[in-house]
Design a protein around this ligand. Sequence first.
Ligand SMILES: C[S@@+](CC[C@H](N)C(=O)[O-])C[C@H]1O[C@@H](n2cnc3c(N)ncnc32)[C@H](O)[C@@H]1O
Length: 198
Amino acid sequence: MKRTGKALYHTALSGGVTYKGHQQHYFQKDGSTAFVCDLLSIDTLPLEFSRCDILYSELPFEAGFKIFESRVGHSGDRSYKNLCIKIDVLLAKSATPAILICGKKTLKFLSSRVTERPSSINGGKAMLAFYGEPFEWLNGSAESVVEQLAIRYNCLGDFMCGYGRTARVAIDHGKRFVLSDYNPYCIGYIEKELGGAG
Ligand SMILES: C[S@@+](CC[C@H](N)C(=O)[O-])C[C@H]1O[C@@H](n2cnc3c(N)ncnc32)[C@H](O)[C@@H]1O
């Protein structure tokens, strides 16, 4: 699978570039998959994730939640707290171990986690929250964590995939991915970047 150019990262921070090219709801390529899924509208993780060896996602920080919501046309009654609690419940039900990158304040909503450790993402402070097992061997920044996961596992899942950093690292290590995000521009961007459309 080929990928092209310098990749975007889906951030709510000012100065971040937002992709406005084509939208996509589902694609498959070389045994990997990406699709649209709103975590607040489901009660169990989509079946596609059951073939992953590990789940890894970079959660929005609380300050960015409304910005991501507005990009998919949501406003009003949806809350950051409910999103984090939903993720916690989904992971507690899942048989696949999982790692979340999140802000320190978010941990209070992640009550089913096994443990947590300090980390960083894009140069700023963050926490790692672990589900299913304590991952004692895993440390460092988000960028290094996803790299270590791609070395160790054959199929990586990310249910908040944004513009697909997890997919790019998986591909660089010859591995597969299952991705989802509620923003169809994210899925469109990843498809385009992998040379499948656009
Ligand atoms: C910090 S970004 C992840 C960035 C990503 N790692 C990348 O490589 O660009 C968080 C992502 O969560 C997604 N998101 C927020 N709320 C969601 C929800 N309810 N369901 C699914 N995805 C959601 C946003 O669209 C955003 O892409």
